[in-house]
Write a protein that binds this ligand. Structure first.
Ligand SMILES: [Zn+2]
Length: 254
């Protein structure tokens, strides 16, 4: 008996397969990460419009799960194009990083409803909120929703609270799941976080996007926060995404 499933889904990755087909990896609302075959999607007489399969498109998809290795895409309808984001190279670099993170982070066929909602909200907000702030929020929430929220309440080594330290600089320690004070971390550690940035990261992790989007971060706090998140999240992923290197190059441009 043929079997079908339908779901809303955000495209994370597309790979050419054979002469005419595409393998598309989606973060789907109903099934979590799912890879599907789009037959003849690259043929001159395409079954599907090419605009459907641009990165980060939010689609409604219908797939047939037959005897093949992958479900076969039957229908795809665009529900949220990312046309504004695609014209901004820095926003695309951030979004590419989030996609690569999720592609490595998610297990196939394991629904993650709250994470899906988070990603969809963050993508929707790229035309009104700064991408750096969104990236910080996304990464802190990604860790929180995965049970990996960093302990920012005290130094993970000597357990001293930030308020009890006079110079109050802290250093990420992803292996121990938190931060170390300057005395425990030793000299020449990078990157560092001020006490104020620590507090803002703690606050942000507990907020929804509507409230977190109103926070006013100084350029220094944003830089510290991003350096912190971009040390922690790749550590949990087990590798540094290629797209993070691209993002760093783009951010360094004047
Ligand atoms: Zn310490």
């Amino acid at each position: 008996m043929p079997d079908f499933f339908s779901t809303e889904a955000i495209m994370l990755r597309r790979t050419a397969y054979g002469d005419y087909d595409l393998i598309l990896t989606f973060f789907s609302e109903e099934r979590g990460k799912v890879a599907v075959m789009a037959k003849s999607a690259r043929k001159h007489t395409r079954r599907f419009s090419p605009v459907l399969f641009e990165p980060l498109s939010v689609l409604h998809i219908v797939c047939h799960t037959g005897r093949g290795r992958l479900p076969v895409l039957q229908e795809a309808t665009l529900t949220q194009p990312q046309s504004k984001t695609r014209t901004d190279i820095q926003k695309m670099a951030y979004a590419g990083y989030w996609s690569e993170l999720l592609n490595g982070w998610l297990e196939e066929n394991a629904p993650r409803e709250r994470l899906y909602t988070l990603f969809r909200e963050v993508l929707s907000a790229t035309d009104r909120l700064p991408p750096g702030l969104l990236s910080l929020f996304f990464q802190m929430k990604l860790m929180a929703l995965s049970g990996l929220v960093p302990d920012l309440s005290c130094c993970v080594q000597c357990r001293t609270a930030p308020d009890a330290i006079s110079d109050a600089l802290f250093f990420p320690d992803p292996a121990r799941g938190g931060v170390r004070c300057a005395r425990c971390a030793g000299p020449d550690q990078r990157p560092c976080l001020s006490r104020g940035t620590l507090r803002q990261l703690q606050w942000m992790t507990c907020q929804d996007l509507q409230r977190a989007g109103r926070i006013r971060l100084t350029p220094r706090s944003l830089e510290e926060g991003l350096a912190f998140a971009e040390a922690f999240v790749p550590y949990h992923l087990g590798k540094t995404p290629q797209s993070l290197r691209v993002l760093h190059q783009i951010r360094r441009r004047p």
